[in-house]
Design a protein around this ligand. Structure first.
Ligand code: PXL
Length: 290
């Protein structure tokens, strides 16, 4: 019998504190109605933005872990990858995609490496080339502007015009994925908006979604965005609706947190927003990129 619940292989780290990666991927995709099968890439005491974090790399365990899944004959409706524990792991994850994907499998790669112009603390520079190769296997990729710049070998821009944003999206699509999405896009003339731009190579259309900027930064918002995007596409939403729902949910989670005093940057109150994802699809705020 066909699995009544679509199944997602989620290849991310498990960070004990600071909501990000598997601690947001699993609740979001479960709430949206999917079975999540995690492939933990590393175990951390917290995300790498908190000083003193510990990291136990699980690269050595993955071949046996994946081998068991192969013997079980598992199949996935989506493979969704994020933070990797080592450069060598990137090759193993590419092998995973090749072995477990079928014609209908949605492959989403979030090339988690960097933000605000810098690689994360645990990331060697060689990860950039490895992530590029992994992105080539995806239909959808979700770099932030820093990750996009690193993969394209371009400087991180202060501002991008709409025409430049289209050029960046096309260049990312040339790496392989038919649907590149760039988050944290500093779009000229939209200083007050946290913008996300997307391109669908299949129909040649470019999309823009965004929400008013809240003057704060929370860790894990990229993981929240990409998880909702994956779930939304699996539910059958179009690319602009999926991008807009994701931007809307992230903005709601940020606003639901920002009003409280005394919370740190790693404490986005995901659980207060989660139930909104159980509602029927709702999107009202995307536009064509001019
Ligand atoms: O949110 C991306 C992310 C995922 N996993 C780990 C991280 C980060 C960002 O800092 O450190 C371990």
């Amino acid at each position: 019998m066909k699995n009544p619940l679509p199944r997602v292989a989620a290849i991310h780290d498990l960070s004990g504190f600071g909501r990000c990666s598997l601690t947001v991927v699993i609740p979001i995709l479960s709430t949206m109605g999917f079975e999540v099968c995690p492939v933990p890439t590393a175990i951390l005491s917290s995300h790498t933005g908190i000083e003193g974090f510990t990291l136990f790399d699980l690269t050595g365990e993955l071949p046996a872990f994946i081998g068991h899944w192969e013997r079980l004959g598992l199949r996935f409706d989506a493979v969704y990858t994020g933070f990797l524990g080592s450069v060598r792991q990137a090759g193993i994850v590419r092998g995973f995609v090749d072995r477990f994907k079928s014609e209908d499998t949605l492959v989403v790669v979030d090339p988690v490496m960097a933000d605000h112009g810098r690689l994360y603390a645990s990331m060697p520079p060689e990860m950039v080339g490895e992530m590029k190769k992994l992105c080539a296997k995806a239909q959808v990729i979700t770099p932030n502007i820093t990750e996009a710049a690193l993969m394209l070998g371009r400087p991180v821009p202060e501002r991008l015009t709409a025409a430049e944003a289209k050029d960046w999206l096309k260049a990312l699509s040339d790496l392989g994925p038919a649907m590149p999405v760039i988050t944290s896009l500093p779009l000229e003339g939209r200083d007050d908006v946290s913008a996300v731009a997307a391109y669908n190579r299949e129909d040649g259309r470019f999309w823009l979604a965004g929400r008013p900027i809240v003057p704060t930064q929370y860790h894990g918002t990229g993981d929240i965005f990409s998880s909702v995007l994956t779930g939304s596409l699996l539910q059958g939403d179009s690319l602009p609706v999926a991008v807009d729902r994701s931007a809307q949910f992230v903005a709601g989670a940020i606003r639901g947190t920002f009003g409280y005093s005394g919370l740190g940057h790693h404490e986005i109150l995901l659980e207060r927003a989660l139930k909104n994802l159980a509602n029927a699809s709702h999107s009202d705020n995307y536009e064509l990129l001019p």
